[in-house]
Design a protein. Structure first.
Lengths: 250, 196
């Protein structure tokens, strides 16, 4: 069997239960005797789950996925794995392909190789020293516990103020979740300055009632801040929670 | 399900002989057919896919003495015919149990699943552990292959395939096989962990 977009599309329809009966019988007979087609089905199955999790399926496909595809415990387990795998991929970045071509090219030119190797060793040593000095994991934390404010800065509870510089290595912020948060697998936090600059904060821990984020001491500047929260559901779709966590650094 | 006929060693041996005279080849064919029957029943929405596949195999084995000498063509096609009957009986049983539902009702609804954060974290830890135990080249390949988004992902994969000196589809298959092995590892890991 040669893999073509048509074959892939047909298998996708089969998995979603969107083929007519005579067509799916034809596919099934082929699946029993064609090793390559069966492997292709397994690949399309994985790709379908990835598309579902990244919100790339059409409304119709999405409905078929939930009603037809996801109707056995095995499939549900497969989806759980795909979700964990996708989460891992979004939080980890491996080296770009092409990076490995540098060394084979250098090996053909010994003089350049030797000089470059010495230079790189020096750079690596300096970088390591800087990393050890500046980027070691924080050991001590100042903790700020925040509750979501629904209003603007003018109303609602007083906004917590923290004095800089910190004596600790980092600021640990515990974000209390709203009483009835939307169903979510996990949360993402976004820090916004008064000037509108934004950056994502990766949660360091999470429990059913709160989410904790850590900001290194070196990243703290005076100003007013708001942290917005995004719930990421089973389907991988982000939903912004109304309100924000406000605090001021002086 | 009909449980009154039990697969004997003799019937199983005859089934293997029918699949192929070479016992190793026959064993592989048997495994392949069983795996595919399970997948077919799963694709049809049957919650008892494994049982239905085994029932199909048992019925074929029960008749293999009669058909082996006269049957022409791929045995897989015969299995398929029997699987169709097993499926129709299954549907009838489901209709009897739940008159208004034509096939199986979903046994787990993703939106009402009680899966907690602890389970999710446990699966994630297993995944990290399994990734650690992958050979470095496989880990690099599977992570690079599934990284990126949309067009960037396609360009990224082309570059990766070029770097490895293989066709894009060969890369796709290789990445998929590693991913399946990873999934299997995570399931084994979860089975070994105490339930939450």
């Amino acid at each position: 069997m040669i893999t073509t977009p048509e074959v892939q599309s047909r298998l996708k329809q089969y998995l979603l239960g969107q083929l007519a009966e005579d067509s799916w019988e034809e596919v099934e007979k082929a699946l029993l005797s064609d090793d390559d087609l069966f492997e292709e089905l397994l690949i399309v199955e994985d790709e379908l789950m990835d598309e579902y999790l990244s919100g790339k399926l059409s409304r119709n496909e999405r409905s078929a996925f939930e009603q037809h595809f996801l109707n056995t415990a095995e499939r549900y387990d497969q989806l759980k794995f795909a979700r964990a795998f996708n989460r891992y991929l979004t939080t980890t970045r491996p080296p770009e392909p092409g990076a490995g071509r540098f060394w084979p090219a250098l090996k053909t030119q010994p003089l350049v190789f030797g000089t470059t190797a010495i230079a790189m060793l020096l750079i690596a040593a300096i970088a390591a020293l800087i990393l050890i000095r500046d980027q070691r994991s924080p050991q001590t934390f100042a903790t700020l516990t925040l509750t979501m404010s629904q209003g603007t800065r003018g109303d609602g509870p007083p906004i917590p103020v923290l004095k800089l510089p910190l004596r600790e290595d980092a600021l640990q912020i515990v974000l209390n979740l709203p009483e009835k948060p939307p169903p979510a697998l996990r949360y993402q936090a976004e820090l916004e300055t008064a000037a509108g600059d934004k950056r994502r904060l990766e949660p360091s821990s999470q429990d059913p009632h709160s989410l904790t984020v850590v900001i290194p001491k070196t990243d703290l500047k005076q100003g007013q801040y708001a942290i917005k929260l995004f719930a990421i559901g089973n389907d991988g779709v982000e939903q912004r929670l109304q309100g924000a966590y406000l605090f001021t650094l002086e | 399900m009909k449980k009154d006929w039990v697969l004997t060693q003799e019937a199983f041996d005859k089934l293997l002989d029918w699949l192929d005279p070479d016992r190793d080849v026959a064993g592989r064919k048997y495994e392949a057919i069983r795996l595919r029957l399970i997948k077919i029943f799963t694709c049809r929405g049957c919650s008892e896919a494994e049982d239905l596949a085994d029932e199909t195999i048992n019925r074929v084995a029960a008749r293999v003495s009669e058909i082996a000498s006269s049957y022409q063509g791929e045995p897989a096609a015969y299995f398929y015919g029997v699987a169709q009957k097993v499926y129709l009986e299954y549907i009838r049983r489901c209709k009897t149990r739940q008159a208004e539902v034509p096939a199986d009702s979903p046994i787990i609804n993703i939106t009402t699943s009680s899966e907690g954060i602890e389970d999710i974290e446990l699966e994630y830890e297993c995944l990290e552990d399994c990734l650690e135990h992958l050979p470095t080249s496989n880990r690099k390949l599977v992570l690079e292959y599934y990284q990126q988004e949309r067009k960037a992902k396609i360009d990224h994969r082309k570059l990766l395939a070029e770097e490895m000196g293989i066709a894009l589809n060969a890369l796709r298959i290789r990445a998929h096989r590693i991913r399946r092995a990873l999934e299997e590892c995570v399931h084994l890991c979860l089975e070994q962990e105490p339930a939450h």
